[in-house]
Design a protein around this ligand. Structure first.
Ligand SMILES: [Zn+2]
Length: 313
């Protein structure tokens, strides 16, 4: 019980703009993994196994299965927010270098972009980082597209081993983030972080802010294993696969959803979640996680899989 209370307390205190909580990221990663061909899965497992925090992921996942480790790795960019080995480059001086990592910055600006009223990007690097990380992970044009084995670290276009081992968890993480509408949010309210809300559906945290509300919609942050698999399967059975589109499309879809993600006050002092809003919000969150999962899977399969076009039903 105390453990649960302390976990909740920890989450109530954690920094704003976390992104989908860990459940949202693990669900996205789980759905993505189902889209990968065996060679792509093997290549991803190999890259993740070279990451300095690989053992931590295995420990947290209580599993060495590729899908479980991949799901855990996708939460790593949020986990380093509270890890003293890393530093906030806007406020702190660099922490000592870590073997196997190109830097120890937390890169908080990678998680979001904020736009002004005319749709101009004011802060954040979410979309451009997805493009950059994809570029880093893509096979080089000179390298043969179909290697006999997925030992292709050397064949990646520009990245060295350390860059590649962090690029993969980051890419898996950010493709999920860009599908969270408030990560392509309004500059004036810091993507909903400055919007206090009342949420009678959450008895443990009835007063919160709008960003936290959306981040927590996918499920409890400790969701893993069989329950995660069950929920991911339910989501892919409920929502159809999306068109693949581009990073710009993913960003614009999220931005357009902003008109639907702010609750009314409903006569209360603060904007308040009611049943109709809660249902619609859950539906949007679930659909966006499915969209992100398929798209991430196809993107990674294009980088690490065999060069054949595969229908994803
Ligand atoms: Zn994030």
């Amino acid at each position: 019980m105390w453990q649960i209370i302390s976990i909740l307390f920890f989450f109530a205190l954690s920094a704003p703009a976390q992104a989908w909580n860990a459940a949202g990221h693990r669900l996205t990663a789980f759905i993505a993994w189902q889209q990968l061909s065996p060679p792509a899965q093997a290549a991803i497992r190999e890259i993740l196994s070279r990451h300095p925090d690989y053992e931590q992921w295995v420990k947290r996942a209580k599993s060495e299965n590729g899908v479980d480790v991949f799901a855990e790795a996708s939460t790593w960019p949020d986990a380093i927010r509270n890890d003293p080995r890393f530093y906030d480059e806007d406020k702190e001086s660099p922490t000592p270098a870590l073997p196997g990592l190109p830097d120890t910055a937390r890169h908080k600006r990678w998680h979001y972009i904020d736009l002004n009223g005319s749709g101009k990007v004011m802060t954040g690097e979410l979309d451009q980082q997805i493009e950059r990380l994809s570029q880093l992970l893509r096979p080089s044009k000179q390298a043969p597209a179909l290697g006999p084995q997925p030992r292709r670290l050397a064949a990646r276009s520009t990245g060295n081993t350390a860059e590649i081992s962090i690029a993969l968890p980051w890419l898996a993480h950010l493709v999920a983030d860009i599908h969270q509408p408030l990560h392509v949010g309004r500059h004036g309210d810091e993507g909903g972080n400055k919007v206090d809300i009342e949420n009678p559906f959450n008895q443990r945290l009835p007063f919160s802010n709008l960003h936290v509300y959306w981040d927590d919609l996918p499920g409890p942050p400790w969701l893993r294993g069989r329950r995660l698999e069950k929920l991911a399967t339910h989501l892919t059975e409920t929502y159809p696969p999306p068109t693949q589109g581009t990073v710009v499309l993913w960003r614009d879809e999220s931005h357009q959803l902003l008109t639907q993600v702010y609750p009314d006050t409903n006569g209360r002092p603060l904007p308040t979640i009611n049943e109709a809003f809660q249902q619609r919000a859950r539906d949007i969150a679930n659909r966006r996680i499915v969209d992100a999962g398929y798209r991430l899977g196809r993107l990674l399969d294009g980088m690490f899989g065999e060069r054949v076009s595969r229908e994803t039903h």
